[in-house]
Design a binder for this molecule. Structure first.
Ligand code: B12
Ligand code: SF4
Length: 458
């Protein structure tokens, strides 16, 4: 006789212990709210409304499961917290948004709050103080179980997604206030980076193994978007050149153009690939030049030379691809002159826009371990960990000197004079970007001019 036809009574006993909450979960789908906190007031990125993709991927997975999902990006539209009701509140934190994230968490009963994101992954024992659970690493694999209460351990370890094509295309309509036709849409085509620079937390979070989506899946996502511009937010868009070629070939075929990406300067050695990037409509490359000081480049473990940087600038410009040059200042071999040398270099080589980040010991990085061991980190106020504030004692100059020289260099690069001179030479786009940079820097300086966080640092 079939066993199921005569179930012993004891098999039903577990049902008697079902709580109301379990029953509710069993019968109903849940309401989940995911929140990306705003950057601190002192951050030049606080006005940028490009969302992190993590909450959007997770929200899409949970929505596809049948749950009701709302995403709030505080830079776009903050919720009215007094009215917000949900079964689970998920908060995504970077180091620079962690404090705000914890503030938000405290507005809700702890048993409803789940925290994830890069900072939570690097310091889960800190984040767990504010949440019932913290997810470390990529969360696609575990999010349903965490939300539905099938995983109950306080710190849940996510697994890197092996086949990125299995992920749904992120649904931005879940973000409250996100425009129907956004001016730019972020697309992630890969995860991980084979390099291991000393200041970067990407490999700690996503690993050194480079995983990428199929070109067909990426093209399908791009074609479904109602936008004119894309930002490939991969940390290293060209790390696997043959896959990039296949993708670019399909973009050319499908007439998808007008995009920006992040690359290392070694890509410029491959002239054929650069030609394809230009033909496929690459308008801007964000390049991690990091330093014009060879000793600092070596200390950052960047594996690139000044000659390679200069060669890359020429190669991109020859193809009319604009350059957003990213520098990190304050390394052990940087002195009072390094910031000025960087500025002179950027002006001389006509880098279109620049970002001068101050070296920041992000938890989990080699730089953090090194400076922490030497007791040179003087504040753990995470709001200041945004690359625009000095938070450690540099070796060859004072914290104030480093802070002041970076501000002065920014002010000079983004001066009104330089943006007008571009206008007179009919470089309209660059002139507008410089002008925007000018406004942002001025606001930033107004808020930070007293350098109060450095008041007691010598
Ligand atoms: C696009 C981008 C930006 C954009 C928009 C960012 C934004 N909205 O904040 C811009 C250019 C404005 C920007 C600015 C900055 N950025 Co940025 N940025 C990125 C980038 C390249 C991609 C982000 C992304 O979409 N990733 C892909 C998704 C899938 O990953 P994810 O969001 O982390 O989500 C996964 C997990 O974290 C987890 N998860 C995430 N949220 C949640 C929530 C819950 C509840 C759970 C359970 C799980 C979970 O699951 C997700 C899926 O697997 C990352 C690098 C990277 N690879 O992530 C850097 C990165 C996030 N940025 C970084 C930094 C430092 C900054 C800046 C401070 C300065 C800078 N270097 O430019 C500013 C600060 C911005 C701010 N908000 O205050 C660092 C953060 C490091 C850290 N420890 O915090 C990163 C990791 C780069 C690096 N080199 O280390 N950035
Ligand atoms: S800085 Fe760029 S190249 Fe270096 S590890 Fe991070 S993502 Fe990779």
């Amino acid at each position: 006789m079939e066993r199921s036809a005569h179930k012993p009574l004891c098999e039903f006993i577990p049902w008697l212990f079902f709580s109301h909450r379990d029953l509710f979960r069993f019968l109903h789908f849940m309401k989940i709210v995911l929140i990306e906190p705003r950057g601190s007031e002192a951050n030049v990125y606080s006005k940028i409304s490009m969302p992190l993709l993590g909450p959007v991927y997770l929200g899409t997975i949970l929505r596809n499961r049948g749950h009701e999902v709302e995403i709030y990006n505080e830079n776009i539209q903050a919720p009215d917290y007094s009215q917000l009701r949900a079964d689970v509140i998920g908060i995504s934190i970077l180091t620079s948004t962690a404090k705000r994230g914890y503030e938000i968490a405290k507005k809700f009963p702890k048993e409803k709050v789940v925290i994830g994101g890069v900072h939570a992954s690097l310091l889960p024992t800190e984040a767990i103080e504010f949440a019932r659970q913290v997810v470390v690493g990529e969360a696609e694999d575990v999010i349903i179980d965490v939300v539905e209460g099938k995983r109950t351990e306080p710190i849940v370890y996510g697994k890197p997604v092996e086949n990125l094509d299995t992920l749904p295309h992120p649904d931005f309509s879940l973000i409250k206030g996100f425009p129907v036709s956004p001016s730019v849409v972020p697309v992630s085509t890969s995860r991980g980076c084979p390099f291991d620079c000393s200041f970067c937390s990407v490999t700690k979070m996503f690993g050194r193994e480079y995983r990428f989506r199929s070109a067909e899946d990426i093209i399908a996502e791009m074609k479904s978007r109602n936008t004119k511009q894309f930002f490939f937010c991969d940390d290293n868009f060209t790390a696997h050149t043959s896959r990039t070629r296949i993708l670019l070939g399909l973009m050319i075929k499908n007439r998808l153009s007008n995009w920006a990406c992040q690359v290392r300067c070694d890509v410029a050695k491959d002239g054929g690939l650069l030609d394809m990037m230009a033909k496929a409509g690459c308008r801007v490359v964000c390049v991690g030049f990091e330093s014009v000081n060879p000793m600092t480049l070596a200390a950052y473990r960047k594996k690139q030379t000044i000659e390679e940087i200069i060669g890359a600038i020429r190669s991109f410009h020859r193809r009319h691809i604009k350059i957003h040059g990213m520098f990190v200042l304050g390394g052990e071999d940087d002195n009072k002159n390094t910031v000025w040398e960087t500025l002179k270099f950027a002006v001389k080589h006509r880098i279109d826009t620049i970002q001068m980040m101050i070296l920041t010991p992000l938890p989990g990085t080699k730089v953090y371990e090194f400076l922490e061991a030497q007791k040179r980190i003087f504040t753990k106020d995470w709001n200041l960990y945004d690359g625009q504030h000095v938070v450690f004692k540099p070796k060859l100059l004072s914290a104030k000197e480093l802070q002041q020289s970076v501000i002065r260099a920014y002010v000079k690069f983004y001066s009104l004079y330089r943006s007008f001179s571009l206008l007179l030479r009919f470089h309209y786009r660059n002139a507008i970007f410089r002008f925007m940079g000018h406004v942002i820097i001025k606001q930033w300086v107004r808020r930070n001019h007293n350098m109060r966080w450095l008041a007691h640092v010598n």
